[in-house]
Design a protein around this ligand. Structure first.
Ligand SMILES: Cc1cc2nc3c(=O)[nH]c(=O)nc-3n(C[C@H](O)[C@H](O)[C@H](O)COP(=O)(O)OP(=O)(O)OC[C@H]3O[C@@H](n4cnc5c(N)ncnc54)[C@H](O)[C@@H]3O)c2cc1C
Length: 385
């Protein structure tokens, strides 16, 4: 939905508009018919990844020489936005293409890029990033998983939880301590290829309040041996630096998803209040409805304009971590507030999962938590005061 007639994202050009149309059609044709079944089974079908790969939806911003689409963050945004508009919350492409593939492209050796990226682009490999552990999430320095170098191998031991794509991933970027006494400087990213990893075990596909078609899992590493060439990059102890470098992009993707969710909530609600009547008039004709929705539309517009500005900066290599943190916490906070306000106008129907507003509501809650909680975002902003 266009928020205001005449407003167009400054980064959106003709080529991207064509992509937008093609991606929307792909999701409508290939994914939408399966969404309910995927929600029931707790994950998308494995071949959804292959179909997306064939359609050029995976790794759109990875270089062509590594099998990617050769685009930039704008391409990822278009693809993520259309996924949100189509109501497909379960397909973990933002993590796969927007995060894991970029870790490999940014820090991987030539050999690593050539080995993994083409298969990530085709969907043969599904990527995941495993930072969070049962005992630590926000305080990443507290990770207990270790990767001990023994000869030409790392031996990985530990446990991760809440890992997106955890049931399907076969390339997992694991945050581990290569030097447990070294604090942040002792942290490295170890790429675990699960198909070859003895001692690797997937735990439960966790039952969530929303995003039900998204597999979110526990992972266990028990003496898992990987070659030392699976250290991401060439030097141990760079994990924290690598994570920090990618955070603005990761947080902006969450903010983009928040904008789409707000816009969809407004669209569904505006349509509904024009149809539904009470006391002899449309719900929209009550001044309360008009004022509340006017407030929602104003805030959703502010969010969009801010996120667009962040996107332009990111495309220019100038998005700083503080601004990205502002975008993440504020847009996800507004997303939750606006969807809650909108849901109210549906009355009891808003509580029924067959109404898209109910799904938006349950899907939105996690946005304030993952990708760094909103409290952590405010801490980052506060440090600059
Ligand atoms: C659906 C889903 C998908 C996820 N996907 C992934 C994934 O793919 N990979 C991955 O690694 N992780 C993933 N996560 C984990 C997610 O990133 C963490 O849950 C999140 O970072 C918070 O960590 P925690 O749950 O351990 O909470 P905690 O760190 O225990 O925090 C608990 C509460 O304390 C607050 N708090 C903590 N420290 C401070 C502080 N210094 N000041 C003020 N308040 C503070 C937090 O804001 C929060 O409100 C996912 C989680 C979910 C639910």
């Amino acid at each position: 939905m266009s928020l205001n007639a005449g407003y167009k994202s400054p980064w959106l050009n003709e080529e991207l508009e064509i992509l937008q149309g093609a991606v929307a059609k792909f999701y409508e044709r290939e994914f939408q018919p399966h969404v309910e079944r995927w929600e029931d089974q707790g994950c998308v079908d494995r071949d959804a990844w292959l179909k997306a790969g064939e359609a050029g939806i995976l790794c759109a911003s990875i270089k062509e020489e590594y099998g990617g689409g050769g685009g930039n963050f704008a391409h990822e945004m278009v693809i993520a936005e259309e996924q949100g508009r189509a109501g497909i919350s379960g397909f973990g492409n933002s993590v796969h293409s927007g995060i894991v593939a970029h870790y490999v492209q940014s820090y991987g050796t030539e050999e690593q890029k050539k080995k993994w990226l083409p298969k990530m682009a085709s969907g043969e490999i599904v990527g995941a990033i495993a930072m969070t552990e049962p005992g630590t999430g926000s305080d990443l320095q507290g990770v207990k998983t270790t990767a001990k170098k023994v000869g030409n191998q790392y031996v990985v031991n530990g446990q991760k939880t809440f890992i997106t794509n955890g049931q399907q991933a076969n390339l997992i970027c694991v945050v581990a301590k290569t030097d447990p006494a070294g604090g942040a400087k002792g942290t490295s990213l170890i790429m675990v290829e699960t198909d070859e990893a003895e001692g690797f075990r997937r735990g439960r596909n966790l039952k969530k309040m929303g995003q039900k078609a998204q597999d979110t899992s526990e992972l266990f590493f028990d003496e898992v041996k990987v070659p030392t060439s699976n250290l991401l990059g060439t030097e141990e102890g760079k994990g924290f630096f690598q994570l920090m470098q990618q955070l603005p992009q990761e947080r902006l993707i969450i903010a983009v998803n928040a904008c789409v969710a707000m816009e969809m909530a407004l669209k569904y609600t505006t349509d509904y209040v024009k149809e539904r009547t009470a006391f002899g008039q449309r719900i929209l004709d009550f001044q309360n409805t008009q004022f509340k929705l006017a407030e929602c539309k104003t805030e959703a517009t502010i969010a969009r304009v801010f996120v667009d500005d962040c996107a332009v900066k990111l495309l220019d290599g100038k998005l700083d971590a503080t601004t990205a943190a502002m975008a993440k916490w504020w847009t996800t906070q507004k997303e939750n507030e606006i969807i809650d306000t909108c849901l109210q106008f549906f009355g009891g129907y808003g509580y029924m999962m067959e109404y898209p507003i109910a799904k938006l509501y349950t899907n939105a809650r996690i946005q304030k938590i993952y990708g760094g909680t909103n409290e952590i975002m405010k801490m980052l902003v506060a440090r600059t005061l």
